[in-house]
Design a protein around this ligand. Structure first.
Ligand SMILES: Nc1ncnc2c1ncn2[C@@H]1O[C@H](COP(=O)(O)OP(=O)(O)OP(=O)(O)O)[C@@H](O)[C@H]1O
Ligand SMILES: [Mg+2]
Length: 171
């Protein structure tokens, strides 16, 4: 199982108080390898809240999150950041590109901490491959500015040079 939620609840408000909202109420789901899952529902129903918890960007009020079979509740922030870097691809509605970096540097951001030179070179090669596939030129990729409209094509893809095990898209 790539990802699993067990009885996840999310409550916004002070614990034990009557005011506040129960956004997620005992949600369980499992995503198998190569599986896909669409979370649909009206605005405000808790889709982003669910995806944030699944992506370890937020914590549930109760219940457990398993990624690659591992219970993430005992992990500290640095361990969670490592897990996200290795196994999760996020596709945000907003592109969240860093404007001071080139497009290639933005694409390569997840592999910047990697020390292994061969892996970095492999990732760089793949980054340029993906940039090419999206019709953007090498060897001088344009800066991280949307060419037309408001969104960069890189924000629309679930893939990246780091080959994450899964991609969570949401807004
Ligand atoms: N930090 C927060 N504190 C209190 N309430 C919150 C917080 N974040 C979200 N909510 C509330 O939780 C509910 C679910 O929000 P969420 O953003 O998960 O919905 P959504 O299904 O993603 O909606 P949309 O389709 O508009 O993106 C909403 O009522 C929202 O106001
Ligand atoms: Mg949302």
């Amino acid at each position: 199982m790539v990802a699993e939620l067990q009885n996840i609840s999310k409550f916004y408000g002070r614990p034990g108080s009557d005011t506040g909202s129960l956004i997620l109420d005992q949600v369980s789901l499992a995503i198998e390898e190569n599986g896909s899952l669409a979370v649909v529902g009206p605005s405000g129903s808790g889709k982003s809240t669910l995806l944030n918890i699944l992506g370890t960007l937020d914590c549930p009020s109760s219940g457990k999150v398993f990624l690659q079979g591992r219970d993430v509740s005992g992990l500290d922030e640095a361990e969670l950041a490592g897990l996200r870097n290795q196994f999760i691809g996020f596709v945000f509605q907003q592109h969240h590109l860093l404007p001071q970096l080139t497009l290639a540097e933005n694409v390569l951001l997840p592999v910047m901490p990697v020390k292994d030179k061969a892996r970095r070179e492999e990732a760089t090669e793949r980054a340029y491959e993906l940039i090419d596939r999206l019709g953007l030129k090498k060897p001088h990729p344009p800066p991280a500015r949307p060419a037309v409209g408001g969104r960069m094509p890189t924000g629309c893809r679930g893939e990246g040079p780091g080959e994450p095990a899964g991609a969570f898209a949401g807004r």
